[in-house]
Design a protein around this ligand. Structure first.
Ligand code: NAP
Length: 340
């Protein structure tokens, strides 16, 4: 294709900073023509958009690890797609790529932060899941921050989600006892029957404190925290001497409309000489290739599964699809596939 001027780009922009769950008033749906790329740029037709709990934080004003999405800007989103026009020496038409392309159908890129991927090796959504940011988060959070050792006892929350499901599988590869905490019987059955977790605790119906005591009677070496709140507080009571608590996220608080209480059981860290540490996957970018190569090997050998929850739709479905994360409606990595 030599010109893209006949193409129309449908986009989702941030219209207002939400209070609580982002409803329709948070979003604006816009269209604009696709422009030809300037020298050093290329155009990507986006096929898959990643849905991430972090997006809720990016919609807020205030200081964080990245600047907030500005009102009126296309919503920030990781995505995958194909180069359709290029004026960049490093990217050719037909290259498949991932990057921070936004919640839209077409993106202009100068190549910064863009990875080339091979859709003949694994399906495109896997590059947003196990072999993308999600898998990297699990890998570095567990192995680096969690300093996991063979045979330890690991508990992970949001265990049937994108990051959590990889954390548990990685810990099983290292011969650990793995306990997952997730919402609902189907998710819990999937963790044990398909992914090989030792125990799954349904936090919606089980007494989590009792269930953790039964599942890990000698205590927990690594609690990988994806949810914060009450579950973090309970997990702290089960730490063993020298335990590690990587703080990956706190999805139970992301839509809170007021201040959230901190964990009241934090003195367990002192008593058990344990440590907790927050981390950001972006700090490990230089080491992504090493982790991706190892995980791709485990995937080929059948030691790891990548489950993607692919929702077909248009870019206009982005706002509703995002809400599925906060309703617990996804199993594995939530991805919006642009079908038309
Ligand atoms: N630090 C980093 O660099 C980094 C990078 C990526 C992700 N993260 C964090 O990792 C966590 C998981 O992200 P993900 O992409 O893998 O999402 P995900 O787990 O695939 O999706 C979110 C899941 O969280 C659970 N959830 C929602 N509301 C909850 C609540 N109030 N209490 C308990 N669980 C709740 C739901 O599962 P249930 O049905 O089980 O409730 C839902 O399916 C998030 O906290 C995210 O912010 C951090």
């Amino acid at each position: 294709m030599s010109s893209v001027s006949d193409l129309v780009n449908h986009q989702v922009r941030l219209a207002a900073r939400p209070v609580g769950l982002p409803g329709p008033e948070a979003w604006e749906h816009t269209t604009e023509p696709v422009a030809d790329p300037a020298d050093g740029q290329f155009i990507v037709r986006i096929s898959h958009i990643s849905l991430d709990p972090a997006m809720r934080g990016w919609m807020n004003a205030g200081r964080s690890y990245v600047p907030p999405v500005e009102i009126g800007a296309v919503m920030r989103a990781f995505a995958a797609g194909e180069v359709i026009v290029s004026a960049h020496p490093g990217f050719a038409v037909g290259d498949h790529v991932t990057g921070t392309f936004g919640a839209q159908e077409y993106a202009v890129s100068d190549g910064a932060g863009v990875q080339k991927v091979d859709p003949s090796a694994v399906p495109m959504p896997t590059y947003l899941a196990l072999l993308g940011m999600t898998g990297m988060t699990a890998y570095f959070g567990l192995f680096d921050v969690g300093a996991l050792k063979e045979g330890e006892t690991v508990v992970v929350s949001a265990a049937a989600g994108a990051v959590g499901s990889v954390v548990g599988q990685l810990a099983k590869i290292k011969g650990c006892r793995v306990v997952g905490i997730a919402g609902g019987p189907e998710k819990c059955a999937w963790l044990v029957e398909e992914l090989g977790f030792d125990v799954a605790v349904d936090y919606r119906s089980d007494d989590v404190k009792k269930a953790l005591r039964a599942a890990a009677p000698d205590g927990v070496d690594v609690y990988f925290d994806n949810v914060g709140g009450e579950i973090l507080d309970i997990a702290l009571t089960r730490l063993r001497h020298g335990a590690r608590v990587p703080i990956c996220g706190a999805i139970s608080t992301y839509n809170a409309t007021g201040p959230q209480p901190g964990p009241s059981n934090y003195m367990s860290l002192l008593v058990n000489r344990a440590r907790t540490e927050g981390f950001l996957v972006f700090d490990y970018v230089d080491r992504f290739p090493e982790a991706a190569a190892e995980m791709a090997g485990w995937l080929r050998e059948g030691k790891l599964q990548s489950r993607e929850d692919v929702v077909p739709g248009t870019v206009a479905d982005f706002p509703d699809t995002l809400l599925r994360l906060f309703r617990g409606e996804n199993t594995g990595k939530l991805v919006l596939e642009l079908t038309g």
